[in-house]
Ligand binder design. Structure first.
Ligand SMILES: [Zn+2]
Length: 272
């Protein structure tokens, strides 16, 4: 099985690709709604996410991409409803490896478990193009009946990065604009000035729980720490290969599960 589901809270589950190194693994969020379910991000697309998720729900699915990078948009093409920001559309429609930033060092580093995908090759990997069927931008609202999300435009990491904010539960699905790890602002279409603005905005939001595009979820104090460390120049990926080697050295088995225990505890304490 190349996907695994973790129940995070009532109505929110996390799907992860167990074949992707745990420090590269995208958080794929499945949010249950009354009429339809939301999927936030879709992983690398090495095996069918749609087939997997259809075993978990019978509701129609709206697939959202927080941005167009390979680790988030790989299975987008499988879904009929595909939503994202218009600034990412070109890249999603023409998924050239340089545009989805699967280029340079990414091709060379070993992020896929060969036991599960012996045929995988960094040279041959590509993402199936997918046009957007609808745009999401600042101020839009997605109402699931049980909960609603306000869309925030959070550019900087990429031009059309978006976040989904539940004003009631004070949870933000922040994509790669913010996660509990070293941040990335030096890709070809990153804009560090815009990114600074985005992070300054996020730090002021009334949010209790941050669900990032990678790594376990975290609270307000940790968000402040991550952002302040970034502003002081410490918490950035400057060189992908160095970062990879460092991350790889931190765990014995780079394909093991992440530890979400304290995140789940934190989320359970967040009263709506
Ligand atoms: Zn990204």
């Amino acid at each position: 099985m190349s996907y695994k589901t973790f129940q995070i809270s009532d109505g929110i589950s996390l799907i992860q690709e167990t074949h992707v190194a745990n420090f590269m693994r995208c958080n794929i969020w499945h949010i249950k709604g009354q009429e339809f379910d939301l999927l936030i991000d879709t992983g690398m697309g090495l095996s069918s996410l749609k087939k997997y998720i259809l075993e978990e729900t019978s509701k129609p699915i709206k697939a959202i991409v927080t941005h167009s990078h390979f680790d988030h948009c790989g299975s987008l093409h499988e879904f009929n409803c595909r939503l994202g920001h218009k600034n990412e559309e070109d890249i999603l429609e023409k998924t050239l490896n340089d545009k989805i930033v699967f280029s340079g060092a990414w091709k060379e580093i070993e992020i896929i478990d060969r036991k599960q995908f012996p045929e995988y090759s960094g040279e041959k990997y590509t993402v199936t193009p997918a046009s957007l069927t609808g745009y999401l931008d600042e101020g839009d609202v997605i109402d699931l009946g049980s909960r609603a999300f306000n869309i925030l435009h959070l550019p900087g990491h990429s031009p059309g990065s978006i976040g989904l904010l539940d004003l009631k539960s004070k949870e933000l699905f922040s994509g790669d604009a913010l996660y509990d790890g070293e941040l990335l602002d030096n890709l070809y279409h990153s804009d560090p000035k815009l990114y600074e603005k985005t992070l300054s905005r996020i730090i002021k939001l009334d949010v209790n729980i941050f669900h990032g595009g990678h790594f376990p979820s975290f609270g307000k104090n940790r968000a402040k720490e991550i952002i302040n460390n970034y502003f002081s120049g410490q918490n950035k990926i400057k060189d992908v290969k160095l970062w990879f080697n460092k991350s790889k050295g931190m765990s014995k088995d780079i394909f093991s599960d992440q530890n979400w225990d304290s995140s789940i505890k934190l989320i359970s304490q967040n009263e709506i």
